[in-house]
Design a binder for this molecule. Structure first.
Ligand code: EPU
Length: 316
């Protein structure tokens, strides 16, 4: 088990590994992950890198594979809890992969291409401005297209799966290849993304509809979201999955957990499935709060809550 003291790669080793390769883009060492997550929680990553292009990403993945160095990819950092001991290995941010455009247009539909670092809301705004239907329910969900695909983001009966046609992936062993949406096995807040694969881009099919109808739907979903979710506070969205059709938020609320607090981590008083960092919360506070809430819901309803957010890193 890795401890905090162990560093898999430091500045000198990194420079040695990549010196003969083409690697463009920002690289930071001992980078606090709280600067890269919506929750503003998380210890240091040994290395945090934002490759500028596909060749740089490919070279990084090849070296990490050869040296057997672990890595994690992050999109917008919106659905993730990084533990206090930080991340052993390398964090790859796809934030520089943002090209997006219409790939193909037909009478009733458009095929839209987006690189994985494209903000999801850029797509929603584009669909609202042009009357393209299919992703209305995704309004107000922060994060990137890649992250939304990996976790099959959704709301109001919509999920990104409904619009997705295919993704382009990069893998250090398999190179660059395509997977269709059915091969990706997207289910409720889950996917079967192959281990070690990085999403480069996606193709999505949107239907042409009356612009005002699409606008109206998006605006009303956003209004509902603003009224029922603590959108302006530091959170990672819903913490637990909805168990078998019930709302985890309602169960947590009815079990009496609203306002429960461990350190600076608090169960939202607006929507109980959102846990808020009220200031200086540590990952250990957040995890302890999750555990206490789970136990309470189990005691009151006999229901086991399953975690929705992605938890990465090592304990302090
Ligand atoms: N409710 C309460 N108390 C609460 C929260 C909810 O009583 O603290 C009640 C509501 O009043 C409502 C019912 O529970 O009657 C359902 O609530 P809501 O419409 O907010 O939906 P949800 O099932 O709690 C799901 C998704 C959200 C998504 C909304 C809207 C999950 C885990 N949650 O929440 O997704 O935005 O529906 O479609 O699937 C996310 O995945 O991160 C997320 C926020």
């Amino acid at each position: 088990m890795a401890t905090k003291k162990q560093t898999v790669v430091d500045e000198r080793l990194w420079q040695k590994m990549v010196s003969s390769l083409e690697v463009h883009g920002e690289v930071k060492f001992k980078e606090p992950m709280k600067a890269h997550t919506y929750l503003q929680i998380g210890g240091e990553a040994d290395v945090f890198t934002c490759p500028q292009d596909t060749v740089s990403l490919e070279n990084i993945l090849t070296v990490l594979n050869e040296e057997r160095i672990p890595f994690v990819t992050v999109g917008g950092g919106t659905n993730i809890l990084v533990k206090d001991g930080g991340i052993y290995g390398v964090v790859i941010s796809l934030k520089n992969f943002r090209r997006n455009d219409i790939a193909k247009e037909e009478k009733d539909m458009v095929l839209f291409f987006a690189e994985s670092g494209t903000p999801l809301q850029k797509l929603v705004s584009f669909s609202r401005e042009n009357g393209y239907s299919g992703i209305e329910g995704l309004v107000g969900i922060p994060g990137s297209v890649g992250g939304a695909i990996a976790g099959n983001a959704g709301a109001f009966g919509y999920s990104i799966k409904n619009a997705l046609v295919s993704v382009r992936l990069m893998h250090s062993d398999k190179g660059i290849y395509e997977m269709s949406v059915s091969e990706l096995g997207l289910e409720y807040r889950a996917s079967m993304l192959p281990e070690g694969a990085v999403i480069l881009s996606a193709n999505m099919r949107l239907r042409k509809e009356v612009k005002e109808d699409v606008e109206k739907k998006i605006d009303s979903f956003l209004k509902q979201k603003r009224e029922t979710q603590p959108l302006s506070e530091m959170s990672a969205g819903c913490v637990f999955k909805n168990p078998g059709g019930a709302s985890a938020g309602r169960l947590i609320d009815e079990a009496g957990c609203k306002g429960m607090r461990v350190g600076d981590a608090e169960v939202s008083r607006v929507h109980a499935n959102f846990f808020i960092n009220k200031g200086q919360a540590k990952a250990s506070d957040f995890l302890k709060l999750m555990d206490e809430v789970k136990k309470k819901v189990m005691k009151v309803f006999g229901t086991e809550l399953e975690t929705e957010i992605r938890i990465v890193g090592r304990d302090e």
